[in-house]
Design a protein around this ligand. Structure first.
Ligand code: ATP
Ligand code: MG
Length: 265
C-alpha cells in the first residue's frame, strides 16, 4: 500500500517503484452517508486496473476523485508523485490533462458528427492545423476499429459504436491515463466483447495506464491485469484475474457465482 506523502520528487532510485496513481486513505460522505471509507490503492504505470463493485458501491465516486472532479473529506490522490487533492487550480488542471475519460454511454455531442466530436478536444486544447487534426482523428478512429465513419451523425451509431467514438475522443490528446466508467453497461454480450477487445487493443497499442470501473465480471476478467473489489467504501482485495478467482472471501465468491450479497443497493 502507498505510504507516500504528497511530497516533492522522491530520490531517483525510488522512481521506478513509484505508482502512477496512489490513492491514500480516501474518505467521502454525502449528506452523512459514507460512500468511501478509507480507500487505498496503488495503480502501476502501464497496467490495466479494474475496480469491480456492486451497484452503488461508490465506483463512479472513486473515479471522479482520481481526476479531481470530487474533493474528498480526507485522503490523497497522488498522480506521478503530485497530490491532486491539495494542488492549486492550475496544478490540478495540469494533472487533469494527463487523463482521458470515457463516460458511460459515450457522452457524445449530438450536434456534431463523429469527426467533430473527436476533433473537439484537439481544437480546444492544441494549436494543430486542420490537416494535423484530420490525421489525428483518423488515427484515433483506426485504433478503435471505426475507420471511415467520421462523417456519420452520432444518432446513426449503434450503442457499441458510440462507446468506441467516446474512446477515440478520450485518446485524442494522447493522455497518459485512461479512465473508463462502465464501458459495457447496457450493451448486449456480443457488443460488450467487442468493446473489451477494443480496450485490450488500445492497451497494447498505446503507452497508457488504464483504470476501468465496472460491475461486469466477464469484462473485468477480459481486460484487467489486476482487479480490485470495492465494497462498503473500502478495497476488499486486489489480485490478478487468476488470483482473484482463488480469493476465499465469501463476498467475492458470491460475486463470482453471480449471487452478490447486495446490501449496499
Ligand atoms: N453528488 C452526489 N451527491 C450525493 N450522493 C451522491 C453523489 N454522487 C454519488 N452519490 C451517492 O454515492 C453512492 C455511490 O454512488 P456511485 O455513483 O459511485 O455508485 P457506483 O458504484 O458507481 O454505482 P453504479 O454501478 O450504479 O454506477 C450512491 O449512494 C450515490 O447515491
Ligand atoms: Mg457508477
Amino acid at each position: 500500500m502507498a505510504s507516500a506523502a504528497p511530497t516533492s520528487e522522491p530520490a531517483s532510485g525510488a522512481l521506478a517503484a513509484r505508482p502512477k496513481i496512489a490513492v491514500v486513505d480516501l474518505w467521502k460522505a454525502f449528506d452523512g452517508k459514507e460512500v468511501l471509507r478509507g480507500v487505498d490503492l496503488d495503480i502501476v504505470a502501464g497496467e490495466s486496473f479494474v475496480v469491480l463493485g456492486g451497484s452503488g458501491a461508490g465506483k463512479s465516486v472513486l473515479l471522479k476523485h482520481l481526476i479531481g472532479l470530487i474533493h474528498p473529506d480526507r485522503g490523497h490522490v497522488i498522480v506521478d508523485g503530485e497530490d491532486i487533492v491539495c494542488a492549486d487550480p492550475s496544478v490540478c488542471l495540469r494533472i487533469r490533462r494527463k487523463f482521458g475519460m470515457s463516460f458511460q454511454e459515450g457522452a457524445l455531442f449530438d450536434s456534431m458528427n463523429v469527426f467533430e466530436n473527436i476533433a473537439f478536444p484537439l481544437r480546444r486544447h492544441t494549436k494543430m492545423t486542420e490537416a494535423e487534426i484530420a490525421d489525428r482523428v483518423h488515427e484515433c478512429l483506426e485504433l478503435v476499429n471505426l475507420d471511415g465513419v467520421g462523417r456519420k451523425a452520432t444518432n446513426e451509431l449503434s450503442g457499441g459504436m458510440r462507446r468506441r467514438v467516446g474512446f477515440a475522443r478520450a485518446i485524442a490528446l494522447q493522455p497518459e491515463i485512461l479512465l473508463f466508467d462502465e464501458p459495457n453497461t447496457g450493451l448486449d454480450p456480443l457488443t460488450s466483447a467487442v468493446i473489451d477487445s477494443v480496450i485490450v487493443h488500445m492497451r497494447e497499442s498505446l503507452p497508457v495506464t488504464m483504470v476501468t470501473i465496472t460491475h461486469d465480471l466477464r469484462s473485468a476478467f477480459r481486460i484487467a491485469d489486476r482487479i480490485a473489489m470495492l465494497r462498503e467504501g473500502r478495497i476488499l482485495a486486489v489480485a490478478t484475474p487468476d488470483g482473484f478467482r482463488q480469493l476465499p472471501d465469501p463476498y467475492i465468491q458470491g460475486f463470482l457465482a453471480g449471487e452478490p450479497l447486495e446490501e449496499e443497493a
